[in-house]
Design a protein around this ligand. Structure first.
Ligand SMILES: NC(=O)c1ccc[n+]([C@@H]2O[C@H](COP(=O)([O-])OP(=O)(O)OC[C@H]3O[C@@H](n4cnc5c(N)ncnc54)[C@H](OP(=O)(O)O)[C@@H]3O)[C@@H](O)[C@H]2O)c1
Length: 339
């Protein structure tokens, strides 16, 4: 085992868009696990849009990081050493660890990953937090029914791609917004969406929806916000349900844009708009993961992962989320499994 560990710190708070200078890679000795702790070697690291909120001092839906703090992420890794925990060397675990080659964690803060359920990376994607976000946001908040039209933004991403397929399993007509023709082809040809809209090719989102959702929108899963959401609001039907999952188009905004607001449409339609956090459903995570696992095994739900190689490239993988460089779940592969 090497003696040196690499890890990323928050170098400074970004003004608007983060860049490489937001991150600092430092070296230290590989940490030793204290009593009740394990040492984990990182195999896969998840980069997620919510981390942008943690880089600001103000409130977001996750607590802020301090400048100089190690960055943290969902990690899948291999136990290297256990100091009085139930884990053994070679076990594959997942938890909230550091952007690092190695990190220590309390055994009680880690969960086992069962490699028989699928590739271990899926514990950070379709069978992990993003999959569960799609599951609860769709089934509990957006609640598409057979015959409904369901619209999802960020449709080719980790959450959106799964949300659209769950809506499809409910019998809805599914329309997804995504940022390239390649992504639209992925939605329509691989995931079975009824229509994809490349929002980079048109400014008239309303006209695109007139064509893709001619009967209006009954259920909307929003990952993006901004003008696309304004256009979807203008198409809501009576008793529509809107799940606000994310607003990535605004995460780097230095000022919150105003204008056009479509809230009047909510009066006419008696539609409900509801924000949610996946963590609110924690007592039911196991049930969701089991169901998602069954769907994946039966090929009812398909998933894609975009894997960036090397811890040193983790900042680029994170920054790429805001440029739409990923299809499906964006991961960083930091190490290979040895056991
Ligand atoms: N509420 C919760 O508990 C919860 C949990 C997890 C995630 N989330 C939220 O869910 C959303 C999706 O997360 P994810 O992990 O699945 O990420 P993701 O969709 O895999 O990646 C982000 C995607 O957002 C799109 N995007 C970036 N900037 C955009 C812009 N200005 N306008 C429109 N689209 C843009 C890009 O795709 P295009 O090429 O299509 O632009 C990019 O691939 C995020 O907003 C995240 O904050 C919420």
């Amino acid at each position: 085992m090497p003696e040196t560990n690499r890890k990323y710190l928050l170098a400074k708070r970004p003004d608007g868009k983060p860049d490489r200078d937001t991150f600092e890679l430092v070296e230290e000795d590989v940490p030793e696990p204290g009593p009740g702790e394990v040492l984990v070697r990182t195999l896969y690291l998840s980069v997620d849009p919510y981390m942008r909120g943690r880089m600001d001092a103000g409130e977001s839906y996750a607590d802020p990081w301090e400048v100089g703090d190690p960055l943290r992420a969902g990690v899948v890794g291999e136990v290297v050493e256990s100091n009085g925990t139930n884990f053994e060397e070679g076990d594959v675990v997942t938890g909230n660890l550091q952007w690092a080659d190695y990190a220590t964690a309390r055994g009680s803060d880690l969960q086992s990953v069962n490699p028989d359920l699928g590739p271990i990376s899926t514990a950070l994607g379709v069978l992990g937090m993003p999959g569960r976000t799609a599951y609860f946001g769709t089934r509990e908040v957006a609640r598409p029914k057979a015959g409904d039209t369901f619209v999802v933004t960020g449709a080719a991403g980790a959450v959106g791609s799964v949300a659209g397929q769950i809506a499809k399993l409910s019998g809805a007509r599914v329309v997804g917004f995504a940022g390239s023709d390649e992504k639209v082809a992925f939605l329509e040809d691989e995931l079975g969406f009824d229509a994809g809209i490349n929002y980079e090719e048109t400014d008239d989102y309303r006209a695109a929806l007139d064509e893709a959702a001619p009967d209006g929108v009954d259920s909307y899963f929003d990952n993006v916000g901004g003008p696309i959401t304004d256009a979807v609001f203008s198409k809501l039907n009576v008793d529509a349900r809107v799940a606000i999952c994310g607003q990535i188009s605004l995460y780097n905004a230095e000022e919150m844009p105003t204008g056009p607001r479509k809230l009047g449409k909510l009066i006419e339609t008696r539609a409900r708009v509801e924000g949610f956090l996946v963590g609110d459903f924690a007592p039911r995570f196991e049930q969701a993961t089991r169901q998602l696992g069954e769907w994946v095994a039966e090929d009812e739900i398909r998933y894609r992962e975009t894997v960036t190689e090397g811890l040193e490239n983790a900042p680029d993988a994170f920054l790429g989320l805001f440029e739409g460089e990923n299809i499906g779940k964006q991961l960083v592969q930091v190490g290979e499994r040895e056991a």
